[in-house]
Ligand binder design. Structure first.
Ligand code: V0V
Ligand code: CO
Length: 147
C-alpha cells in the first residue's frame, strides 16, 4: 500500500478508569460532551462509552472511548493495577484492515492478533504492541455499520 492510503484519521482516544458512569457524567455534565454509544464487549472485557464534542459525528471527528474493565482478568483491569486511571490507547481509522495489517507486518510492525477481532459497533480491530508504537498502544480500526 502507498503511505497515503494507510490511515484515515484518529478514530478515538481511550481512557481507562474504574467507574464509567462517573466518567461519562463528568464528560457530559461538566465538559459538555455528548454520549453517542455504549456497549459491553465480553471478549475484550470492557464496558465502553463513546463520547464526542458534538451530538452528531462529522466524517473525521475523534471520539473519546471511556472504558471500565468488566472482569479482573481483562487487559485493562491488569493495566489499572499498574497505572493510575488515564489514557490507555489511541485508535487509528483504516478503510481496509486486512490490507493495512499486511503492509504493517511486511514493514516489521508487531500486531497482537493474527486476525482482526470485533470492536465498537461491529468494527474490526487489531492492536500494535506498545513496543511497535514507540511506547504507545495503538489500535487500528475499520468502522462497522453501527460505528
Ligand atoms: C502495557 N504496556 C503499555 C500499555 N499496556 N504501554 C502503553 N500503553 C498501554 N496501554 C506496556 C507495559 O508498560 C510493558 O512495558 C509492556 O507493555 C507489557 O505490559 P504488561 O503489563 O506485561 O501487559 P501485557 O503484556 O500482559 O499486555 C499488554 C498488551 C495488552 C498490550 C499485550 O494490554 C493487550 O492485549 N491489549 C490489547 C487489547 C486491549 O487493550 N483491549 C482493551 C480495549 P515494559 O515494562 O515491558 O517496557 S478494547 C477496545 O479498545 C475496543 C473494543 C474498541 O475500541 O472497539
Ligand atoms: Co479502542
Amino acid at each position: 500500500m502507498e503511505n497515503s492510503d494507510l490511515f484515515v484519521c484518529i478514530d478515538h482516544v481511550a481512557y481507562v478508569g474504574p467507574d464509567n458512569e462517573d466518567a461519562v457524567k463528568y464528560y457530559t455534565e461538566v465538559l459538555g460532551w455528548h454520549e453517542l454509544h455504549r456497549e459491553v464487549n465480553e471478549e475484550q472485557g470492557v464496558f465502553e462509552i463513546m463520547v464526542a464534542p458534538a451530538a452528531e459525528l462529522t466524517e473525521h471527528m475523534t471520539q473519546v472511548q471511556l472504558i471500565q474493565p468488566t472482569r479482573p482478568d481483562a487487559t485493562t483491569a491488569k493495566w489499572l493495577e499498574k497505572n493510575r486511571p488515564g489514557l490507555h490507547h489511541m485508535a487509528w481509522r483504516v478503510a481496509d484492515i486486512d490490507a493495512v495489517s499486511a503492509t504493517l507486518r511486511e514493514r516489521g510492525v508487531r500486531l497482537l492478533y493474527d486476525e482482526p477481532r470485533i470492536g465498537t459497533g461491529g468494527s474490526k480491530i487489531n492492536f500494535m504492541h506498545p513496543k511497535s508504537g514507540k511506547g504507545v498502544l495503538i489500535e487500528i480500526v475499520q468502522p462497522g455499520t453501527g460505528h
